[in-house]
Design a protein around this ligand. Sequence first.
Ligand SMILES: Cc1cc2nc3c(=O)[nH]c(=O)nc-3n(C[C@H](O)[C@H](O)[C@H](O)COP(=O)(O)OP(=O)(O)OC[C@H]3O[C@@H](n4cnc5c(N)ncnc54)[C@H](O)[C@@H]3O)c2cc1C
Length: 388
Amino acid sequence: MQSFYTEEQEEFRAVVREFAERELAPHYADWEKAHRMDRSMWTAAAEAGLLGLAIGEEHGGMGLSDYRFRAVIDEELARSGHHAVGLAFHLHDDWVLPHVLAEGTAEQKERWLPRMLSGEMVTSVAYTEPGAGSDLRAVRTKAVRDGDHYVLNGQKSFIGNGVTGDAALVLARTDGSKEARGGRNSFSLFIVEKQDHPGYTAGRQLVKMGLNASDTAELYFDDVRVPAANLIGAEGQGLDLVHKHLPQGRLAVAVGGLSTAKVVLEHTLRYVSERDVFGSRVLDFQNTRFELAEVSTRLEAAEAYVQQAIHRFNAGQLDLVDASRVKLHAGSTAQEVVDRCLQLHGGFGYGTETAVAQAYLAVRLLTIFGGTNEILKETIGRDIASQA
Ligand SMILES: Cc1cc2nc3c(=O)[nH]c(=O)nc-3n(C[C@H](O)[C@H](O)[C@H](O)COP(=O)(O)OP(=O)(O)OC[C@H]3O[C@@H](n4cnc5c(N)ncnc54)[C@H](O)[C@@H]3O)c2cc1C
């Protein structure tokens, strides 16, 4: 069978692996305790060529729009156990960047892409609010036009890279209405920079069950004057653009989950071959072999599905329904596989510092973030119903 990755992508893998050993392994435990990564990590990642992969040569990038390069990064960060770095990169490269690349004006690209590439401008996605997660039409942060600016007021919650980041892609209501929920054209997207826009502050950090090296925080916008030149797309287009770029975000979650589960299976195979119970290896129990047979089969099927989705994404054919399906499948499969593998570790698997427990805590997020499983089923179910 032909390898899924090209030679060039395998060479890139070696770069990512070396980066993880050199820049992440020595510091990661400290970052977990501090609940944030050092900013120097972003600079080092940029120097290694791991940020802004799809940014074109005209802005100093390599134009690596083939998603397999992003998948290689995920696989290597899962292998090295640096799951929180994987999430941080996802937000920057899979959620914010596509909006700037596809919707940005020439001036906006000139202003932001080189800084996103160099790690100087670390970005967050600021959609969720205390009263609006699955239901983005309930977003209350508002942006009111005032001359050549918009004035932003509101609060966001659960924002990754929220404390350490420099800029956020903010979804805000621009229709001026007092209705509790907006319509399709009631919202707009803005890039808001902390440094340039006083009144933009990070608040309380969420204490999470896993992925502790990633900072997840509340953001506040208090009379923040944002130039109209920071509007992404047209006023009122915000929700359409969120939906347009969701396929990449959802594919990213699927790839991250699959990568983690594959590594956990490898760890598990090693563990059960070394652990003796009742005078035989755990691997020698029929139950263990049956468990491994089932989880490895599920993973192979998920991998084929994810790889097909990557090919479709590269061809510009992965729509929102496809991406929702692949996230639904890969996210749930990864959770199940990691849970069953943890069981095979016995009490050792319950120690939070073990690789399997870290993975267990990381994959729990997969069916919540980027669209809960229930919302994914709504998207898929509505599509099916529309064809009936
Ligand atoms: C660690 C972490 C990091 C995050 N990072 C970011 C980030 O960087 N940027 C960002 O904007 N957001 C982020 N989020 C937010 C995340 O996307 C939301 O938590 C998610 O969309 C769900 O929204 P909610 O938490 O408000 O849950 P709710 O929408 O309140 O849902 C509660 C429950 O109700 C279910 N439900 C909701 N609607 C329906 C329905 N129509 N039918 C059936 N069931 C339904 C949900 O599936 C869920 O089970 C993050 C969250 C976490 C935990």
